[in-house]
Design a protein around this ligand. Structure first.
Ligand SMILES: [Zn+2]
Length: 121
């Protein structure tokens, strides 16, 4: 399976493989109601899981619990965004101190008037 690194926005929002970055699809051990006949399962519904459910990355095979796959709150997920201070300097809004333009104290050294230097090409 090809790695998919598109951010999830629906059922799998904030879920990403911590090992390879793959985002979808995943295999998750879920709880659901199933209509079961003698010869098999016909349909399932009310499917749910939580952060302690087992999850399996279909790209690299990494397994863990859902909470280990949640990316929420990581600063790298926040967009590149800066504001101009009254003294003419630029400040990084989302604390990207590892960015090439950030001096380590959230002052942005990118030349120009762009509010999102990393979005410029
Ligand atoms: Zn993976």
């Amino acid at each position: 399976m090809e790695k998919n690194a598109e951010p999830n926005t629906n059922c799998l929002q904030d879920i990403e493989c911590p090992k390879c970055g793959h985002t979808s699809p995943m295999e998750i051990v879920v709880r659901s109601w199933a209509r079961v006949y003698d010869d098999g399962v016909e349909e399932t519904y009310d499917t749910e899981w939580d952060e302690n459910s087992r999850i399996h990355c279909l790209n690299c095979g990494h397994r863990g619990n859902v909470f280990a796959f949640v990316t929420e709150g990581e600063e790298d997920d926040l967009p590149c965004e800066r504001v101009k201070e009254y003294n003419g300097t630029w400040s990084c809004v989302n604390d990207h101190t590892g960015c090439m333009w950030n001096d380590g104290h959230n002052q942005c050294g990118y030349k120009g008037e762009s509010l999102s230097p990393l979005g410029d090409d």
